[in-house]
Structure formats: C-alpha cells, structure tokens
Design a protein around this ligand. Structure first.
Ligand SMILES: [Zn+2]
Ligand SMILES: [Zn+2]
Length: 161
C-alpha cells in the first residue's frame, strides 16, 4: 500500500518534469508556418477548378499563419511527368504573422499541357517552413474560350509538328 503510493508520487513528479520541459521547448521556437490553399483555379468565375491555361494566369487564394513572422512565400509549379517548371517568390507579406494570399500566377505560354503539381512554401524568419500542395491541370490556351483576350495567332509559327 505504502509502496504503491510512493510509486504514484514518483510518477506524478516525473510527469510534471516532462510537462514543464516540453513547455520550455515550445517557447524557444514559434510554431512552424501553416499554409492552407483555399482556392486554385482558372479565374474568378471558376476559382477552384484546379485548371490553368498556358499563356494565361491562374488564381490562387491561401490562408497563411506564421508565428515566427513571414519571411518569404514561394510558389512552385512542376510537371508530374516532365521537367517543365516555373516559380514565383513573394515578399510583400514579409514581417506579417497572418495573411490571406491572393495572387495571379502567369503560366508560361510554352508550358506543355498535362498534369502538374503545385507547392506553396512559406518560410518564416526563424528559417522554418510550412507547405501546402495541390494538383493542377494545365490546358492549351485555345481551350480557354470563356476569356475574351482573343490572342489571334496571326504569325504562322509551325506549331503542328
Ligand atoms: Zn484572383
Ligand atoms: Zn511536387
């Protein structure tokens, strides 16, 4: 009986030690950034269709929290079965703890159509990173019939190999 009580006290004490030391660790470093993509799509009419058109821009909206304050936001898009990739770095939210990112990314006109993968990487001022990712389909510009930009291909490039 006495022995059991003694063990219980020891356990309680060591639990306290663990509790306090893990608290201290948490105070040393702020939480790593958290990133959530809320919208990714071809435009404000279809803000979340996960489709982009080569030569056009794509709309992205994301919620970002960085207790260690935002240093930079990098958006990378790469082909699933190929080497084509492009990226943008944004520093206009530098120093902020929270931001709603709303950007329009230019998709290069020469981007091959197909499946892509998008990473949104947030680096904080402690050097920690947080990331969100999404799939993205890139389609040729000609399929984008609901935008009135009308890029008439007047030059006779040899596109039809
Ligand atoms: Zn937008
Ligand atoms: Zn990827």
């Amino acid at each position: 009986m006495k022995r059991k009580l003694f063990l219980g006290v020891i356990l309680l004490l060591s639990a306290n030690v663990l509790f306090f030391s893990s608290c201290e660790d948490d105070n040393d470093k702020p939480l790593a950034p958290s990133v959530k993509i809320t919208e990714l799509g071809s435009g404000h009419d279809s803000p979340n269709d996960k489709i982009g058109y080569a030569g056009s821009d794509i709309h992205i909206n994301a919620e970002i929290t960085a207790e260690g304050l935002i240093e930079s936001i990098t958006l990378e898009v790469h082909q699933e079965d190929g080497d084509f990739e492009f990226h943008e770095v944004y520093t206009d939210a530098k120093g902020l703890k929270n931001t709603t990112l709303h950007k329009h990314i230019d998709i290069p006109a020469e981007a091959p159509e197909g499946e892509y993968h998008l990473h949104l990487v947030v680096r904080d001022q402690e050097g920690q990173t947080g990331m969100a990712e999404s799939e993205l389909i890139i389609k040729p510009a000609s399929e984008n019939d609901d935008d009135g930009h009308g890029h008439d291909d007047e030059h006779d490039h040899d596109h039809n190999h």
